[in-house]
Design a protein around this ligand. Structure first.
Ligand SMILES: Nc1ncnc2c1ncn2[C@@H]1O[C@H](COP(=O)(O)OP(=O)(O)OP(=O)(O)O)[C@@H](O)[C@H]1O
Ligand SMILES: [Mg+2]
Length: 284
């Protein structure tokens, strides 16, 4: 089943003459893991906002076309209903936190939905465990590191058990080690829960070989949609300044001198395996 179906979507913010996104047509299957790429200002955040109803419910502008998420027409569905199906995580975790303790923050949306106490407790435990922050539950979110705060934000969304999670540059305000930890958390959620995930993320190194699909945007349009290998290995994307995992260019460089890689690797693990195999065959 499709978790997202977008038809002819164009959105222009109030006060702007040009659409932020234009004629977007997109289907995403339930369980798919999608990486959204594109230069600053190309419309990634705008597209993400259309998936949980922030557009058109909170942002003023002109919307054309249709966005169906989990079978619901986003423009006709209240955001509190959508929030139970689509979880959204943003760039700056501190903007998403407001309670005195981590566990209250994670429980907040559930309480607002009138979910029974026992069920809330069960879901909060589940979400904190899934994200690996059970030890932080009594802490104040405001005394945590940026990476820990982002994990609280992810847990708050997970507690709603959404069918789709949309993460808009979740690591861009974090240091490299925290960013890595957040990406590992996303991979764990994907592996253990099979949640459909759309993530806009510039740090492609840890995701390139894990996602099912890469969507590339430019100037408000989708210009390429394909498997990671098609996007990262073909030279065609180079002029668009799409971030490519370092191992791809390294492997291409090596292959100019020795045919080490039959298929260009997307991760350092694949890279290492191929090098080992090559050396092993040579010394035999
Ligand atoms: N709230 C807003 N009001 C008016 N215009 C906006 C608003 N948010 C974004 N825009 C405009 O819409 C276009 C797309 O912006 P958007 O934030 O979706 O891009 P992005 O790909 O997420 O960029 P970045 O990588 O910098 O986050 C830009 O021209 C931007 O200036
Ligand atoms: Mg953005």
């Amino acid at each position: 089943m499709e978790i997202v179906k977008i038809e002819g979507l164009t959105f222009t913010y109030s006060g702007s003459d040009t659409p932020a996104i234009s004629d977007i047509n997109l289907s995403i299957e339930e369980g798919e893991f999608v990486l959204l790429l594109g230069p600053s200002g190309c419309g990634k955040s705008t597209l993400c906002r259309c998936l949980n109803g922030l557009i058109p419910h909170f942002y003023a502008g002109k919307m054309e076309g249709r966005v169906i998420v989990a079978g619901m027409d986003v423009s006709k569905t209240p955001t509190y209903v959508l929030s139970q199906h689509v979880g959204m995580v943003f760039q700056n975790p501190e903007n998403q936190l407001f309670s005195l303790t981590v566990e209250n923050d994670v429980a907040f949306a559930l309480e607002n939905l009138g979910i029974p106490r026992d069920e809330i407790r069960r879901r909060v435990d589940f979400a904190l465990k899934a994200v690996g922050i059970e030890d932080l539950r009594k802490r104040s979110p405001f005394e945590l590191s940026g990476g820990q705060q982002q994990k609280v934000a992810i847990a708050s969304v997970l507690a709603l058990m959404p069918k789709l999670m949309v993460l808009d540059e979740p690591t861009s305000s974090l240091d490299p080690a925290s960013a890595k930890s957040i990406i590992e958390t996303i991979l764990k959620i994907r592996k253990e829960l099979g949640t459909s995930i759309i993530v806009a993320e510039h740090r492609v190194e840890l995701l390139a070989d894990k996602v099912d699909r890469v969507i590339v945007m430019q100037k408000g349009r989708i210009i390429k949609d394909g498997r990671p290998r098609e996007i990262f290995v073909s030279e065609e994307m180079v002029p668009y300044g799409i971030p490519v995992p370092k191992v791809v260019s390294m492997a291409k460089g090596v292959n100019k001198y020795f045919q080490v890689f039959n298929e260009i690797p997307l991760s350092s693990e694949e890279f290492e395996q191929d090098i080992r195999r090559f050396v092993h065959d040579k010394v035999r």
